[in-house]
Design a binder for this molecule. Structure first.
Ligand code: PCA
Length: 216
């Protein structure tokens, strides 16, 4: 049986689409090495590249055997931190990734299920973020670009690897920073929101346990 390492893995992405910063990486980097409820946060950057992103993520999962994984990405145009509910088995890139690839209607993993749900307690996390005064929402789509690709690959790996069977994981999209355009959120709020989200996920196993209701 795998040992529990008491680690939380947070990932952010490198800038993409011609931008020079990505708030997802800046935010998780700010939490690297922090202790949360007795666990140590490990932050890592993923390439915004379809192929390489999952290679890097899977290597991090093997190395750290984390108890909890939250992958974070930028979603320009969203006004709130988006707690993603579902990853779908499709790549349909609206723009080229950082290696110039633009897959259209290909599976993330061939002959694998259509979708996976997050195993994070997103309703409890929503309440935790709102209590912190950070704008948040449950989102029903992580898109069809590299973020959904990573989210699907994460959930597929967690679902199929015996050594990771106790690891829970999911995906959070964050808005632009003020210097990138509107709508935006401050880095301070994004970091505070992620911290509250992780602490909540460490304390609450599932939303079923909470009996949480619908959000809309
Ligand atoms: N956001 C992109 C990929 C990398 C990132 O930060 C997305 O939403 O797919």
């Amino acid at each position: 049986m795998a040992l529990h390492t008491h680690k939380v893995l947070l990932t952010g992405f490198e800038p993409f689409g011609g931008e020079t910063i990505n708030p997802s990486w800046l935010a998780v980097k700010a939490l690297h090495g922090r202790k949360m409820l007795g666990r140590t946060v490990v932050a890592a950057q993923l390439p915004t590249v379809f192929d390489d992103s999952l290679r890097v993520l899977n290597a991090l999962l093997r190395e750290h055997q984390p108890e909890l994984v939250v992958c974070v990405g930028q979603a320009g145009g969203r006004h709130a931190m988006s707690l993603e509910r579902v990853a779908i088995n499709v790549n349909d890139a609206p723009i080229a990734d950082n290696a110039g690839a633009q897959p259209i209607d290909t599976p993330v993993v061939p002959r694998a299920p259509v979708a996976y749900f997050t195993t994070l307690p997103i309703k409890a996390m929503l309440a935790a973020l709102q209590k912190e005064g950070v704008r948040a929402e449950v989102s029903q789509t992580a898109g069809t670009f590299v973020c959904n690709h990573v989210f699907y690959g994460l959930m597929r790996t967690l679902a199929t690897h015996q050594a990771l069977r106790q690891t829970r994981g999911g995906f959070v999209h964050v808005p632009w920073l003020p210097e990138q355009g509107a709508p935006h959120m401050s880095l301070e709020d994004i970091v505070r929101g992620l911290r509250a989200a992780v602490r909540c996920a460490l304390q609450v196993q599932t939303d079923q346990a909470l009996g949480a209701g619908a959000t809309d």
